[in-house]
Design a protein around this ligand. Structure first.
Ligand code: MLT
Length: 244
């Protein structure tokens, strides 16, 4: 079982992912928020790679059971019901609903990987559950870091390193590609303090200065949920326990 890390979505086009097992990481905040959304009972979450497409999809939806969520430049988009704060995705706001969701980097990375055979999401919140499930699948894995505008970002890579370490603890036979080894070294360098990483990285600093410090703290929590968002036929739903 080989584990590779793509340090930014620009390193691979969408056909690269065909038939593969892919884990997308956008710790701040998209993959954390999607996980929170499904943990609080949303029926499904539909990731889109443009605001225009989000509007179009929502225009075809009937009734108030479909809502728009996401951000541009960290802020809620005009006309959307929810932003990209995991704290907003409460049962009261999302239970039973379909959420059409756009974010600057996270959903673009997800849409790029849409031809994967298995496509799932990881954040610090569900890291150990994801590690266990990947080992159970027993396929080669590509961990796709959403990055920032096509560039490397430290928090996603540190999370990738932590995911690899969690998997290695459970199975020491894994083959780790070079970018995976680099992710582990970066994770070792930061130690286990996820909050220090998130407060130190560029996007964390930006979120805090835009008033989202509570989100940064939420995103730093390790293993608070077993929910794993899995993508099938254009939507994310939580992995069923009987699929494990
Ligand atoms: C993104 O997808 O770029 C992020 O989730 C941005 C954010 O923090 O809202």
């Amino acid at each position: 079982m080989k584990i590779n890390v793509l340090l930014s979505p620009l390193n691979a086009d969408e056909l690269f992912f065909t038939g593969k097992t892919t884990v997308v990481i956008d710790v701040l905040r998209a993959t954390t928020t999607i996980t929170a959304c499904l943990a609080h009972g949303a029926k499904e979450l539909i990731p889109v790679d443009s605001i225009e497409f989000a509007m179009k999809v929502s225009g075809n939806a009937f009734g108030g059971q479909t809502i728009l969520g996401g951000e541009r430049n960290t802020k809620k988009i005009e006309g959307f019901t929810l932003g990209n704060s995991p704290i907003e995705y409460t049962s009261e706001n999302v239970a039973g609903k379909s959420i059409i969701f756009f974010t600057t980097n996270g959903t673009k990375a997800i849409v790029r990987a849409k031809f994967s055979e298995h496509l799932l999401l990881c954040s610090f919140n569900n890291l150990n559950a994801v590690a266990q499930y990947l080992l159970q699948l027993n396929n080669d894995v590509n961990i796709l870091c959403a990055g920032s505008n096509g560039m490397f970002c430290v928090e996603d890579t540190v999370c990738a390193g932590m995911l690899i370490k969690a998997m290695t603890k459970m199975n020491s036979e894994l083959e780790i590609a070079d970018a995976g080894k680099a992710s582990v070294i970066l994770n070792d360098n930061y130690g286990d303090s996820t909050i220090n990483i998130l407060k130190d990285c560029e996007h964390g600093v930006k979120l805090i200065s835009n008033g989202f410090e509570d989100d940064v703290e939420y995103c730093a929590q390790l293993d608070t949920t077993n929910i794993i968002p899995v993508y099938k036929s254009g939507v994310f739903k939580p992995l069923n326990f009987d699929q494990r």
